[in-house]
Every structure is written in C-alpha cells, then in structure tokens.
Ligand binder design. Sequence first.
Ligand code: FAD
Length: 303
Amino acid sequence: LGAPMFADLSGDIAVSFEFFPPASDAMATKLWSAIETLAPLGPRFVSVTYGAGGSTRERTHETVKRIVAETDLTPAAHLTCVGATRAEVDEVARGYWEAGVRHIVALRGDAPDGQAYAPHPQGYANAADLVAGLRKIADFDISVAAYPETHPDAGDSAVDLDNLKRKIDAGANRAITQFFFTPECFFRFRDAVAAAGIDAEIVPGILPVSNVAQTRRFAGLCGTAIPGWMDRLFEGLDDRPDARKLVAATLAAELARRLYAGGVREFHFYTLNRAELSYAICHLLGLRPKPDANAALSQDQAA
Ligand code: FAD
C-alpha cells in the first residue's frame, strides 16, 4: 500500500551490476553476453568479484581489464585482504590504478573452509584497515560491504554499525549491502545507520533468486534470513524453470518497488552473470536503454 504501481515508475534510479570472473571460455561468453545486455541501461558502475581468499586474482584482473579495454562502462574491482600481505594487496591496487580502474570494492574476505578469520601477520587487519591503505595509494572511489542482518562475526548490530562507521571514516564513499529479502529489513538498517551518524550512501544489494536451494547455501554463510514464505513460493517449481523465473522476477521486482516507495534510488544487482532477471527488474522500475543504446560498448562490441 502506498507504493506506486510499476506503471508510475519513471526510471529515475541509478543502478550497478555485479559479475563474477568466468572460469572457462563458455562462462566468459555468457558473462560477456550479460554485460552486453545490461550495458545499454547505463549502469553507474559494473563490479567484478574477487574469489574466496583472492583465488580469482588473475581472472578478476583480466575481466576488469577487458571491461576497460572494450567498453565505456565504469568498472569496480572487488579486492579482499584476507591471506595476503599489505605489499601484495597494494601491488594489486596500484596495478588497477595504472590500468585506469578508479573504483575498488574493499573487503576483508573470509578464511577458507569456514575457519575463523585471522588477519595475515603482515596484512591489513580488516576492511577498514584496507580502506585506509587504499586511500594512501590513490584517490580511488571506494565501496564497502554492509549487513542489514548483521555480519555473523559481529556479535551484535551495534558492533557491526561501529565497524561500518570505521570503514566510512577511513575513507569509503558508499556501502553496498548484503542481499536481503524484505523491504523492512533494509529500512530498519537504513534508520540504524542514520542514527549511528553514518551519512554515506547505503545501496541495497538485490539478489534476484531463482534457485532457493543455492540461495540458502549463500544465505547460511552470510547470515541472511530466507523467509518461510519464499520457500513456499518456489514449492513445486523444481521442474518448471520458466515459471520459476517469472516468480523470481516478480519477487525481486516487488522488493525493488517497495524500496523505491521508501525513497531508494540506487540499486546494486547481484546478477550471477545472468542478465535477464536484472534487466526485467530495471525495466519494471522504468529504466530504459539510453538513447545511444550502444554507447557503453566500443565500436567492435557494438558492431
Ligand atoms: P569487515 O568489515 O572487516 O568485517 C566483517 C565483520 O567482522 C564486521 O561486520 C564486523 O562487525 C566484524 N569485525 C571486524 N572487525 C572487528 C573488530 N575489530 N572487533 C569486532 N568485530 C569486528 N567476499 C569475497 O571473498 N570476494 C568478494 O568479491 C566479495 N564481494 C562482496 C561484496 C559485497 C557487496 C558484500 C556485502 C560482501 C562481499 N564479500 C566478498 C563477502 C565478504 O568478504 C564477507 O562478508 C566477509 O566475511 C566480511 O568482509 P567485510 O569487508 O564486510 O569485513
């Protein structure tokens, strides 16, 4: 109630899209097709994740470099500090700056195999420390992570908010949230962030879910609650991928519409390298390809 109908939405939003680096030629083709589909929507940046423990360091770098070389999109490179010395992390960051990458998503990362996190003896202690380090290297645009349902390591939400404040105070420009499934969850968090005196932009991370089992695995790791009603919505659809996609798009679009009604104008999409769901949700929010739809792609790509 009170939320505008989709027909009333004018597309006055800013979006960003997150991808993961491909592990094979076939996956690279799929990723590139997703980028080509989403580029005309004019995202303010597209980000590329850094595999657990820096495991995709080279592939992340290759993907980001290809975005720089072949598109006019603004790339954002994820960078974690877990398991690496400061010198190693700094070298990666300098490499990005030299390659023309100006936006870093600065993260701590996780210890392998569910072990408790411990900083590398010569490494950055956590994401706040990493942000401070990046600030010394160059004038990066820096995004950090935020957790509407509290990070599992934080103990309680006050500790988590203090940590977010440390990251912003260290020089981060905005926070992107972990995915969540109810608008109330985001609004409660946004209020708590404001009450904690944090005035940086908090961008909701939207995960268009079409596979509840897979999402449950991700969610279990990061402390996101999957509401019971969501399981029920996907019940009986295991063998009906098309119906599942429609349900998924409806759910994510409804979440985005209610966030919009609550004043949200920035959205970050966890695309999982698939374009259609994110494209459909952006479309429902009123976003349309920019007049020069191929502007974000280079001549070669647009041909
Ligand atoms: P931090 O902010 O350093 O801390 C994590 C938590 O630990 C905090 O919430 C805080 O409450 C607690 N904590 C930190 N320091 C202290 C302290 N001194 N005392 C008490 N508690 C403390 N992971 C990847 O490996 N690659 C990626 O590309 C990637 N991209 C992501 C993108 C987004 C938008 C998000 C939300 C997460 C991403 N992650 C990624 C996951 C992230 O690495 C994990 O969630 C990790 O466990 C925490 O990283 P952080 O940067 O939030 O850590």
